[in-house]
Design a protein around this ligand. Structure first.
Ligand SMILES: [Zn+2]
Length: 216
């Protein structure tokens, strides 16, 4: 735990202070402008530092729960340190609010951003119990790290649905199932996604599984 804490002090969670529309210009379907901000950058950073970071660091540095989850969070912390990922606390919702996206990996020029949509995370926190919120955050970040492990951010848009199916398949099999097995409280949404995959014999390449995903 000491090692992780000191990393944070020396800037593991280096947050990009400025988010400009230009930064997202490469992907015209995904643009966040300053006019989309629903809070100040400082408020977003404060929530990220005071609520999100302790959840991620606490789990990564602890002993409880599945190692498959811990490994992804340690990778996130490590890749922040080596600048393979730039973590950004975005003071806006994901553009398509109906999708309730809390995090997304986004390549921008030579950089790879992991965006956390802070207003959506705040809503999750007000809606969920402390334990459910904690695991929702952990699963969301681990899921994004699975996208990175699979190198999916380099894929074309055509592959996006299949990529989501694969990433969620691995999220279910490697993270959600072990959490269920350990009796850690799980949200109905995760239980549902887990049983839907089970009904397809855990085959995440099944077209019926893939077509259940909507594209962000
Ligand atoms: Zn995903």
């Amino acid at each position: 735990m000491g090692r992780l804490s000191s990393c944070v002090v020396c800037g593991t969670f280096v947050l990009m202070a400025a988010i400009s529309a230009r930064a997202y210009g490469e992907n015209p379907k995904f643009v966040i402008r300053e006019s989309d901000f629903v809070m100040s950058q400082d408020e977003a950073l404060k929530f990220s530092n005071e609520v999100i970071s302790p959840i991620l660091i606490g789990y990564a540095g602890g002993q409880e729960g599945p190692e498959s989850l811990r490994r992804r969070l340690l990778a996130f912390i490590q890749m922040n340190k080596t600048h393979e990922i730039s973590y950004v606390a975005v003071p806006a919702y994901y553009p398509d609010r109906a999708l309730h996206v809390v995090a997304k990996v986004q390549p921008v020029q030579s950089d790879r951003l992991l965006l956390a949509f802070i207003p959506e995370l705040m809503e999750w926190r007000s809606r969920l119990s402390a334990t459910d919120f904690r695991f929702a955050v952990l699963i969301a970040f681990a899921h994004e790290m699975i996208h990175i492990e699979l190198g999916q951010e380099k894929h074309s848009d055509k592959e996006a649905l299949k990529d989501e199916g694969t990433a969620w398949g691995k999220t279910v099999l490697e993270i959600i199932r072990p959490l269920e097995a350990q009796g850690i409280v799980m949200l109905p949404e995760y239980k549902n996604v887990s049983s839907r995959l089970k009904a397809l014999n855990d085959n995440y390449e099944d077209p019926r599984w893939i077509k259940t995903f909507r594209l962000p």
